[in-house]
Design a protein around this ligand. Structure first.
Ligand code: FDA
Length: 393
């Protein structure tokens, strides 16, 4: 017996569950499947367990895509305020951490419970530990083989995310489905990911592991002012994760470790006031001690301030606020929060997320070539793209 449903959704993550809720509320029969044992696993681990579920400032400019206009329609139709209204309806307490980032006060599980409750109320059937053997298109319908159990649907929604964190079951399955239907995939790469150094760059920096500074990190004209963390493999922290989405192998990034501080002027004042002070000591009044020590040592002029020329102080300023560093790579999909790139938006209708070449086939969430900044933007894309597709599937 072949089961018939209106809508089959592959992936019970953020985007898939939102689509299921909306389609179910419209009276469509909806089956949502996932190969995991529980729905919304990434929501559960997100935001350090508190889920940064949206960003109050989310706007199209916070997203990277081959077509930066593609996300506009969905983000406008289902906004961060709409999702917040749902969160408030469930009485989930939240707070703004920084830069418009909204987190649960309690646990990310509250967001999953909310979505699962909404799905249940909308009559959605959730099937876990379920994999797909094949998808066949028959006229205007799809026949999907769920490891022996066959399901026929009018709308097939691909919401199975990207390749980040394979340990949690991330696969490139959504891209395979797109290819099966002749759609293009843009280059994919790990994003929102720590950057790593080669041994030569890393060796002198190893003692700094664990030190964090409020930095401005730039790549070309793109810059992010957030914390940066030295790690035992390279650099991490929000500003680095952000810039990792723009950085490419061979590129240099520029780091200001004391943004807004005129280091040259500060050192000149220190030289007048206390010429016998060592450069390292003067710097450690501005920066963490170990970092100050390293910068002074690397400058090759770790002497008393009185012995240093203006030119030398300028060079120190440059080392602090224009540190040019060339990462060798990134930590890869193992730790990347998202996948940059994905199903080419040229092949999708921006209002509905339907494939232009295959009626009834939809792609939503991270599988699509729309990647948000760090800070709740990626979930907002999942909610918005899931919601718009849920209105039409
Ligand atoms: P998502 O990955 O959530 O869901 C896809 C679902 O498909 C999964 O349940 C998976 O099991 C299933 N699936 C995959 N392949 C399958 C197959 N072959 N068969 C069946 N099922 C399959 N974003 C944000 O905005 N705020 C935050 O705080 C964070 N924090 C964060 C922390 C960490 C550690 C990570 C890794 C990521 C984040 N993110 C984030 C990013 C965010 O988690 C991500 O953008 C969304 O979960 C994407 O939602 P989707 O529904 O598209 O995919």
């Amino acid at each position: 017996m072949i089961k018939q449903v209106d809508v089959l959704i592959i992936g019970a993550g953020a985007a898939g569950m939102m689509c299921a809720i909306e389609a179910g509320k419209r009276g469509r029969s909806v089956l949502i499947i996932d190969h995991a044992a529980t729905p919304g696993d990434k929501i559960r681990i997100s935001g350090g367990g508190r889920c940064n579920f949206t960003n109050i400032n989310a706007a199209p400019q916070n997203y990277i895509s081959k077509n930066p206009h593609f996300c506009i329609s969905a983000l406008r139709r289902y906004t961060q305020r709409d999702f917040l209204a749902l969160v408030n309806k469930y009485g989930i307490a939240w707070h703004e951490k920084t830069l418009g980032q909204l987190f649960c006060d309690g646990s990310a599980k509250q967001i999953i419970d909310m979505l699962v409750t909404e799905m249940r109320q909308a009559g959605v059937e959730l099937r876990l530990r379920t994999t797909i053997d094949s998808i066949v298109r028959e006229d205007n319908r799809y026949l999907v083989d769920l490891a022996g159990d066959k399901v026929r649907c009018t709308s097939l929604v691909v919401a199975c995310g990207g390749k980040s964190i394979p340990k949690m079951g991330a696969t490139g399955f959504g891209y395979d489905i797109a290819r099966q239907f002749g759609m293009k995939i843009t280059d994919t790469r790990p994003a929102l990911v720590p950057l790593t150094f080669d041994e030569n760059t890393l060796a002198p920096l190893k003692p700094l592991s664990g030190i964090s500074v409020d930095a401005v990190v730039s790549h070309g004209k793109t810059k992010f002012a957030e914390a940066m963390l030295f790690t035992h493999r390279g650099l991490s922290g929000p500003s680095i994760l952000q810039i990792s989405s723009y950085w490419r192998e061979g590129d240099t990034i520029s780091v200001a470790m004391l943004p807004g501080v005129k280091v040259f002027d500060a050192l000149r004042v220190a030289r007048v006031r206390n010429g016998r002070q060592a450069l390292q000591t003067a710097l450690s009044e501005l920066l963490p001690k170990r970092l100050a020590q390293l910068i002074a040592e690397n400058s090759g002029i770790d002497r008393h301030l009185a012995d240093l020329t203006d030119k030398q102080l300028r060079a120190v300023e440059k080392a602090v606020n224009e540190w040019q560093v060339k990462p060798a790579g990134s930590e890869g999909y193992r730790t990347a929060e998202v996948t940059l790139g994905g199903v080419d938006t040229d092949g999708l209708d921006q209002k509905t997320m339907e494939a232009k070449s295959a009626k009834g086939l939809y792609f939503i969430g991270e599988v699509v070539d729309v990647t948000g900044w760090l800070g709740g933007y990626n979930f907002q894309w999942a909610w918005s793209s899931g919601w718009v597709s849920g209105q039409v599937v």
